[in-house]
Write a protein that binds this ligand. Structure first.
Ligand code: 5GP
Ligand code: ZN
Length: 113
């Protein structure tokens, strides 16, 4: 999508601190980190969000979780980390290209805010 921030990051048109890339996903450091590890894992294909997702997006949605687990292992934060899809403005979603937050490296309280 031409006017999508995360499509531009995936394409390298907007710079980011890349953490991981493969055929299906691109992961980079969040610009406003909420924890020592705050990485965004995005599918390269433009999917708006979870509520707009179609059955054919299911594998990609789950695959982002596996990429998060791989990054968490590499960063030695497996004692406790969180993966979050914010869905809708009421949950704090501001970018409408599906992205999985990986947060860790500090104690994470429950329930979240
Ligand atoms: P959301 O609030 O939609 O779940 O998450 C969007 C995230 O993208 C936020 O945590 C925000 O800090 C991050 N973000 C917004 N713009 C940029 C950017 O230009 N570069 C990077 N690396 N992160 C961004
Ligand atoms: Zn996009």
């Amino acid at each position: 999508m031409s006017d999508c921030l995360f499509c531009k990051i995936v394409e390298g048109k907007i710079p980011s601190k890349k953490v991981y890339e493969d055929e299906h996903t691109f992961a980079f450091e969040d610009i406003n980190p909420q924890a020592p590890t705050h990485v965004l894992i995005v599918p390269k294909r433009h999917v708006v969000d979870l509520k707009e997702a179609k059955p054919e997006d299911a594998e990609l949605i789950g695959y982002c979780q596996l990429v998060a687990a791989k990054i968490a292992r590499q960063r030695n934060i497996e004692n406790g980390y969180r993966t979050v899809y914010n869905v809708g403005p009421g949950a704090g979603q501001t970018v409408f290209h599906l992205h999985l937050h990986l947060l860790g490296g500090r104690p994470l309280s429950w329930p979240p805010g």
